[in-house]
Design a protein around this ligand. Structure first.
Ligand code: GLA
Length: 639
């Protein structure tokens, strides 16, 4: 189990480093991420490197028994680089050049940025590949976090070559993008431009490819650094920090390229659902690379500084959220950052070692948690019986403005996750194309863009006995955001017992609802005009339209919700689905405020509320204090 955080010693005189190591040991720190923003210090000018200070620091940490996750330091280009090569700077959708003075001011496709980053990474790799302190490499930092997409001329060139590789010839692109519409025909790839600000809606197929390209081109930059490290002789695991369900990068693709998944999580202590959002991110990280633990690379020791108003974590809450990550498969608890900065934009961000030092509550809670985690084995949580489909390309397709109704895909997926989390059901995330045979229930909310492989996989899942839940706006377009010949639901119609023939928006003030036996629930956002073909109707609107359709297909069952709904509706559908799939919760009858995660040897229970909660398992009864964590064995859970 790793415990520690980002360490930025270049912000402090060397005399402070000895105290750092002493206090790190006291807090049981055994891993620090070094040099993430130290490019200017490591390379004072082009062709000139200064590694002497880093040599001294790494030796000192090693002597103190502290391992290093060594950064490639490429996230904040130094001023000499910008002065000499100003076209490394990224450009926004409206053509504004983003300047230096903060960080992450580079165009991922800029040849000069890439060349100079490669020089630095190669030099670091050569020098530290065999350093005994270096346990792992940390490439760049939170790729695309601040500049989600770069619209520079470098990006335009790279986009054109990406398109020519994907389409081969311009006629195929014209066909895929439907450029007969609005006179958008291209005579050649050199006419294609990034989707900068335009008078009205951009071609959605172009925007979808642009988002794929953006994710791919940043991934290509990551790969360049990783390969430079390997070529320089570095053999340690390589990672880069993801940010949960970050919208701009397709982490399914990224996960295949990192040795270990790592995640930065900053739930808002003011949000009463914060722990469910954190659980969502943790389960997503576990699912990206299910065969090995992931790293909680960053979290705040207490408050952050970047929200308009920054709440403290309640006493015990930081430990509860850390234990949550561990229960959900992390083998580290790491923070941003070790020592609070003295100046700069983040000087009010909490740190493991605040300016008030050991007097602070933060330090006390950090050192208690460090001691509690020392020697802990990873929890190795099983995947569970339920999977939710989460697909970045579908998310991108759904962000286009001109749909029958605005759909917040992330919020929709979260609503289904949240309901399962509150029911203490263990969930994994998958793509529709994944092997689904290990699951009993698959929930695929708003899977508007459904590939042929994805549809075949979902069909096979139901045919062989699985239970599938779908919502309105599923199986509508192909991978180019085009309707398939024959209309909507052309691939899953037989599985779902019918197909939509039209869609209409629904607003909250219309107060539309549906009635099922034993429940009423709201009809929100969009309703399908659903043409039944064999399915049984479990719920209808007040006007008589079918909105919940159950169908037997092969050995399995599908439940299609032909609208969007509220918590009552999500719960109603899920209770049906869980029963049909015979899925049981980790612990039965548990208060929703207590989180339950199945682990290798039993379960971790976390009271995620500020109130005491009574817990009764089959074999035990106890009261959990606010934010208390208990690891219970299988024997305590079941007779
Ligand atoms: C991100 C970054 C860190 C730091 C923190 C502050 O996660 O990776 O460098 O800026 O945010 O919360």
């Amino acid at each position: 189990m790793y415990f520690g955080g980002d360490y930025n010693p270049e912000q402090w005189p060397e005399e402070v480093w000895d105290e750092d190591v002493r206090l790190m040991r006291e807090a049981r720190v055994n891993l620090v991420s070094v040099g993430i923003f130290a490019w200017a210090r490591l390379q004072p000018d082009e062709g000139e490197f200064d590694f002497a200070w880093l040599d001294r620091l790494l030796d000192k940490l090693h002597d103190g028994g502290i391992s290093v996750d060594l950064a490639t330091a490429t996230a904040s280009p130094p001023n000499w680089l910008v002065r000499r090569y100003p076209d490394v700077l990224p450009v926004t959708e409206t053509g504004t050049v983003l300047g230096p003075g903060s960080r992450q001011h580079y165009a991922p496709t800029s040849p000069d940025y890439r060349r100079l980053a490669a020089d630095l990474v190669t030099a670091l790799g050569r020098r530290y590949a065999d350093h005994p302190a270096v346990a792992m490499w940390h490439i760049n930092n939170e790729y695309a976090c601040h500049v989600r997409a770069d619209y520079s001329e470098h990006a335009a060139l790279a986009f054109r070559s990406w398109l020519s590789v994907h389409y081969g010839d311009i006629d195929s692109l014209n066909d895929a993008w439907g450029t007969a519409f609005w006179s958008q025909h291209y005579n050649g790839f050199d006419e294609v431009r990034p989707p900068r600000a335009s008078p009205t809606t951009q071609n959605p197929s172009l925007v979808l490819d642009w988002r794929r390209f953006t994710s791919d081109s940043v991934l290509d930059l990551y790969r360049m650094e990783r390969d430079a490290l390997r070529a320089a002789g570095a053999e340690q695991p390589v990672t880069t920090n993801f940010m949960g369900a970050f919208p701009a990068m397709n982490y399914w693709d990224w996960a295949a390229e990192v040795d270990v998944v790592s995640h930065d999580g900053y739930p808002d202590p003011r949000d009463s659902d914060a722990h469910r959002h954190a659980a969502f991110a943790a389960d997503l990280m576990r699912s990206l690379k299910p065969d090995r633990p992931w790293l909680l690379m960053e979290q705040a020791p207490n408050a952050v500084q970047w929200r308009p108003n920054n709440a403290a974590k309640a006493p015990g809450q930081m430990a509860a959220w850390s234990e949550q990550a561990v229960a959900r498969g992390a083998d580290s608890v790491l923070y941003f950052q070790w020592r609070q900065s003295r100046s700069g934009a983040e000087k009010f961000h909490s740190a493991m070692l605040p300016h008030s030092g050991k007097r602070s509550r933060t330090w006390k809670e950090i050192s208690q948690l460090g001691a509690a985690l020392e020697g802990r084995e990873p929890a190795s949580p099983p995947p569970g019986d339920v999977a939710i489909v989460f697909d970045w390309e579908n998310r991108w397709a759904l962000t286009q403005p001109d749909l029958p109704a605005d759909i917040d895909y992330q919020a929709e997926v979260f609503a289904w996750y949240e309901a399962l989390h509150a029911r203490h059901v263990q969930v994994s995330f998958v793509r529709a194309e994944s092997d689904l045979s290990g699951f009993r229930l698959v929930v695929a909310p708003a899977l508007y863009l459904l590939t042929e492989d994805g549809a075949a996989s979902l069909e096979r899942f139901v045919e062989t006995g699985g239970t599938l839940v779908t919502t309105a706006f599923t199986d509508i377009v192909d991978e180019h955001d085009r309707f398939r010949p024959g209309g909507y639901g052309t691939q899953l119609g037989e599985v779902l017992g019918g197909r939509p023939v039209d869609f209409f928006g629904v607003l909250p003030e219309e107060g539309r609802s549906a009635r099922a036996s034993g429940a009423d629930f709201a009809v929100t956002t969009m309703i399908e005009d659903f043409d039944l073909d064999g399915g049984d109707v479990l719920a209808r609107t007040a006007e008589g339209e079918p909105v919940l359709i159950r169908n037997r297909f092969g050995a399995g069952t599908s439940l299609h919700l032909a609208c969007f709904t509220d918590k009552a509706g999500t719960g109603f559908v899920l209770d049906h689905a869980l029963e049909a799939a015979t899925v049981t919760p980790v612990v039965d009858g548990l208060d929703p405020a207590v989180e339950a995660v199945a682990t290798l040897h039993g379960a971790t229970l976390i009271n995620q509320s500020a109130n005491p909660v009574k817990v009764k398992t089959e074999n035990d009864a106890f009261t959990m204090a606010p934010f208390e964590v208990r690891h219970i064995t299988r024997d305590q859970l079941h007779q």
